[in-house]
Design a protein around this ligand. Structure first.
Ligand SMILES: [Zn+2]
Ligand SMILES: [Zn+2]
Length: 352
């Protein structure tokens, strides 16, 4: 039965077939499920992964952190060990927290006219990006900077060049760099949306966006405490940077008046913007895709929990905190001395 043997030999064994594995679909993080994201700037003191548990315990489902000391220049020691970064990424996935926002060091000034400070700023921002990538960050927030008397055009050119230099050689992947609007204190750039738009437009190859701080926009003169004023602010933003590029809203009430150009954060509903206005902001259809991150002060224990709960309540949900929350924080760090007393100008919240 030669013919039959021949056939047998050719019997097709399915196991021999070469089947290339289908390319796995990119994993969509659980936090991108379209649900409203409410977070708070959370302390990394002690252990960076601890920030995740603090935020989760406060009832937040998103968070912002500093990835190193925000008022000190890192000297090579600011790298995060891969074991710590891996633990952070794993824990974040378990808690389904997102987006993860990192606020850059306050000392960074890419527009500094001092060449030493500018070089140091570019190096420090490069390290910010490296740490952000290691932690699997979604958004890295930076203040545009201050040209200290230089023209707006040359300051913007310096910022653009600095951002390009700082990100050179790095694959940014899903990380987006967000420029934060400012109150316009001193000669700081970014209180005018046109300035932010000019930077964005000059960097088409970088994944850039905008972070809108409510206290800053109010201090810069937009009447966001009224319904009409909020519409005007959003229209102005859309016409310049484009609302599609606004990814994060820093939700802070303001201690200082409309147009004061002074940046002092207050608890939600206790400042001059007011609770009703925050209800409109959190539920505004044009901001529906934004994450809302608190940078409110912690004057007494529980302030962090209360502010998170207030935001949830404004969206119509009750979310209870399960954790202990953060310790009250002295408002340190302000180097502004008052003219009359020469004393430090007291209270100032972190995470401007
Ligand atoms: Zn800020
Ligand atoms: Zn802010």
């Amino acid at each position: 039965m030669a013919e039959e043997n021949y056939r047998t030999n050719l019997t097709f064994d399915a196991a021999d077939e070469y089947r290339p594995e289908p390319t796995p679909a990119p994993e969509i993080p659980a936090w991108k499920d379209g649900s409203i994201r409410i977070g708070i700037h959370t302390s990394i003191a002690g252990d960076i992964s601890g920030a995740l548990d603090i935020a989760h315990g406060l009832g937040a489902n998103a968070l912002q952190i500093f990835s190193s000391s925000p008022r000190m220049w890192g000297h090579g020691g600011s790298r995060i060990a891969e074991t710590d970064a891996a633990r952070f990424r794993d824990r974040r996935k378990e808690l389904q927290l997102g987006p993860l926002v990192i606020h850059s060091n306050y000392l960074i000034n890419l527009a500094s006219p001092n060449p030493v400070l500018r070089t140091r700023s570019i190096q420090a921002f490069h390290q910010e990006i490296v740490r952000a990538l290691a932690l699997g960050t979604d958004y890295l927030v930076i203040h545009p900077g201050s040209g200290l008397g230089a023209t707006v055009e040359s300051s913007i050119a310096a910022i653009v060049q600095g951002m390009k230099q700082a990100s050179r050689g790095l694959k940014l992947g899903d990380l987006r760099i967000l420029l934060e609007n400012t109150a316009g204190q001193g000669s700081s750039l970014g209180s005018r949306f046109e300035e932010l738009a000019a930077i964005l437009d000059a960097c088409p190859d970088l994944p850039l966006g905008v972070c809108l701080d409510t206290a800053h926009v109010f201090a810069a003169g937009w009447r966001i405490h009224t319904e009409e004023g909020l519409q005007i602010a959003l229209r102005d933003m859309d016409r310049t940077v484009g609302l599609a590029r606004v990814a994060v809203v820093h939700v802070n009430d303001s201690k200082t008046p409309l147009g004061s150009r002074v940046d002092r954060h207050e608890h939600i509903g206790k400042g001059l913007i007011g609770l009703k206005a925050f209800g409109r902001i959190l539920n505004h259809p044009l901001l529906a895709k934004c994450a809302f991150i608190l940078e409110t002060p912690i004057d007494k224990p529980g302030d962090d929990k209360r502010n998170v709960a207030v935001l949830w309540k404004l969206t119509g949900r009750v979310v209870r905190a399960t954790g202990a929350g953060m310790k009250p924080r002295p408002h340190k760090g302000s180097n502004v001395r008052t003219k009359k007393t020469g004393k430090r100008a007291g209270k100032r919240s972190r995470g401007k």
